[in-house]
Design a protein around this ligand. Sequence first.
Ligand code: AP5
Length: 213
Amino acid sequence: MNLVFLGPPGAGKGTQAKEVAKEQGLAHISTGDILREAVKNQTETGLKAKQYMDAGDLVPDAVVVAIIGERIQQADCQDGYVLDGFPRTYEQAEALADTLGQHGMTLDRVVYFDVDAAVLVERLTGRRTCRDCAANYHVKFMPPKADGVCDKCSGELYQREDDNEQTVRNRIDTYEKLTADLIDYYRQRDLLSQIDAAKDVAAVQADLKAILD
Ligand code: AP5
């Protein structure tokens, strides 16, 4: 099963993708996580991507398309994957279709996480992320058991640099300008399922399960 999770920043794509991947035995591919790791390790890709990520802009298509082209051919993708945060532009969607075609793969479903922009700022400015395992928490909606400490690996929780209010607002604008059109793109190809991502985490998870079952 090959899936795309589509939606604005803070819609809950990453939170749900981790669970779905675990439950269904799929690889979880988050372009944001891959790029953050590249920035941390100061690779060539990381050095190129950092300025865009810090500003809340999209990293150039060629960079992320190359990352996904390599990643989906790795062994853990054999039984399928969840693409979280990719594609984000028409060009990326077309490149994905080409790459899948070349490898005899298809997309089974695109899940659109529908949520009002007003909710997103609170979700993102309150997010805390584990430095070691990238698990996500929220100071109000999903607090860790101990302040600042990851429940899963005891790593340190930090606030992502792009989770400040000004950058969050730019990320939302960027989504509206460049990514939101993909909703219709995938609806026209009869691949789109929509979920109400304003519900709480457990309710969204249940709705998602119903779609995927
Ligand atoms: P990326 O890391 O992908 O960020 P994003 O799309 O902005 O998505 P988020 O991770 O912020 O949100 P999410 O929907 O995963 O929400 P989450 O589950 O964490 O990308 C970062 C940057 O990398 C981009 O700005 C860009 O520069 C670059 N980039 C990445 N991919 C790219 C691409 N394809 N092309 C070009 N550039 C790219 O949840 C958010 C918070 O809400 C958490 O605290 C969580 O605990 C909480 N929460 C989750 N669900 C709920 C719920 N149902 N109720 C209440 N709280 C909830």
